[in-house]
Ligand binder design. Structure first.
Ligand code: NAD
Length: 260
């Protein structure tokens, strides 16, 4: 069903975004990867994905904190693929500190990458989706778009903002073939979370396994991580015709975190 469609997945050189890009390529979707990392490893990834699934895989090193680079990335994908049918806003970073200690530059950076980039990609990609009357915009928010945790002021504010943006875009396009939804993962074991486990281990003097168990135990009743593949499965569903009337939803995949 998605065969020959084209997608941009921001922040797809690692973690959840990479899982989503893989799943889309497996369905025959041409994908533009984006994110930071070792250029040789990214070139290898691009070639491997393209060869495995017979799709076109491109890479943009656009910095999601830079509106001009975001616009250029969308234009590059439109020119190369002929269309951007699916836009997955996934790039994100984390920084933890109490509000009174939160560095200005970290606040600005998290707002830019985790929230504003979603606005700029959507703004750039929507007009062509509207011309074709089909599009799927999927924003990777977080449980922190729905509830808060201490020491994550910028992240929580940005992710709540992503859900607000998602609802607005969904409403503005409600009578079209373009849907916009958010996915709200709980803990997924990626480099972004591994850093928080490592910090916890140092802070509390815990061995790695104990720090991991503590992290899950505090928030996630299933006591298991969600996986990039599970988040990707939800993306594929949101791209399907079955999800046509899902508009402005915030879909939690959180092991029960927000049910408490
Ligand atoms: P990750 O660190 O593994 O991947 C982040 C990706 O974003 C990487 O590809 C990185 O290069 C890219 N990136 C970072 N800054 C960028 C920038 N300025 N421009 C372009 N790309 C940039 O993290 P992840 O855990 O896979 O997180 C992906 C998304 O999922 C984030 O939005 C995160 O907030 C969200 N999320 C993660 C979890 C979790 O538990 N891991 C839970 C809820 C939500």
């Amino acid at each position: 069903m998605l065969n020959n469609k084209s997608a941009i997945v921001t922040g797809s050189t690692s973690g959840i975004g990479l899982g989503i890009a893989r799943a889309l390529a497996e369905q025959g979707v041409n994908v533009m990867l984006n994110g930071f990392g070792d250029h040789a490893a990214i070139a290898d990834l691009t070639a491997t994905l393209a060869a495995a699934h017979g799709v076109t895989v491109l890479y943009s090193d656009a910095d999601m904190s830079r509106p001009d680079q975001i616009e250029a990335m969308v234009r590059q994908a439109e020119a190369a693929f002929g269309a951007v049918d699916i836009l997955v806003n996934n790039a994100g970073i984390q920084y933890t500190a109490r509000v009174e200690d939160f560095p200005h530059d970290k606040w600005e950076q998290i707002m830019a990458i985790n929230l504003s980039s979603n606005f700029y990609t959507i703004r750039a990609a929507l007009p062509a989706m509207q011309q074709r009357n089909w599009g799927r915009i999927i924003n990777i928010a977080s449980v922190h778009g729905q509830v808060a945790s201490s020491n994550k002021a910028a992240y929580v504010a940005a992710k709540h903002g992503v859900i607000g943006l998602t609802k607005t875009v969904a409403l503005e396009n409600a009578r079209s073939g373009i849907t916009c939804n958010a996915i709200c993962p709980g803990w997924v074991l990626t480099p972004l979370v591994q850093k928080q486990i490592d910090d916890l281990a140092v802070r509390e003097g815990l061995p790695p396994q104990a720090a991991q168990a503590r992290l899950l135990g505090e928030k996630q009743p299933s006591q298991e991580f969600a996986t990039p593949e599970q988040i990707a499965a939800a993306v594929l569903f949101l791209c399907s015709d079955g999800a046509r009337q899902m508009r402005g939803a915030a879909l939690t995949i959180d092991g029960g975190w927000t049910a408490q």
